[in-house]
Write a protein that binds this ligand. Sequence first.
Ligand code: SAM
Length: 232
Amino acid sequence: PPLYMQRYQFVVDFVRRHKPKKVVDLGCADCSLLRKLKFHRDIELLVGVDIDSAIIRQKMYTLAPFPTEYLKPADQPLTIELYQGSVTEKESRTRGSDLVTCIELIEHLPLAEVERFSEVLFGYMSPAAVIVSTPNADFNPLLPGCSGFRHIDHKFEWSNSDFQNWALEMCRLYGYVVEFTGVGKAPCNVESIGFCSQIGVFHKGSFRSGTFVRSDKTENTSSYKLLYNVVY
Ligand code: SAM
């Protein structure tokens, strides 16, 4: 299957194993991943966020229940909410989820904004688990016709060690542990360059040892605009 499908499948497999109830997809684009996740009925709240309202609007109505789903409601209610907003802004409705996914998002942020995003994600949203995927620059020489970045909107592409340095710093600052994996295997003779899409799976450490422990006072920060809301 194409690489983007492998990335979605990675998330779907994670959801099957961990059964999160509240899931937030950052940079949800045309909601392709959300459309797959809505069939996992352990999920009670599914939130999508993208800065580009036009791309969300393209297919958002396909998230509506099928007529049969109205006729035979599931045991668990499912709410889907789509927001236009920037992941570098704090928004209280994204806090305290079980899983936040950032699939091919981070490389679209100017490097100067990555630090701000990191603080919002790990320090403010502070979910139980985070999945981050991003291109592995070490893999680019294997891609035919790829000189420079894989996409013109990429602000950077990280090597294996760039990504791992960032991820480990996040763990140190915010009290997470990370496991490195990916999708898109390199040929056996060059396996050491790692996966085509590198993935970090973060879990909140059992005690919060981070340097920046989040403040628990409830500020109601509202910076996103609700575009679509459906309750099953
Ligand atoms: N996650 C989707 C996937 O894997 O198919 C889409 C990835 S697409 C390459 C990156 C998305 O991030 C785009 O839809 C873009 O609009 C969005 N994006 C870029 N900067 C953003 C920001 N600051 N806040 C929210 N979304 C942003």
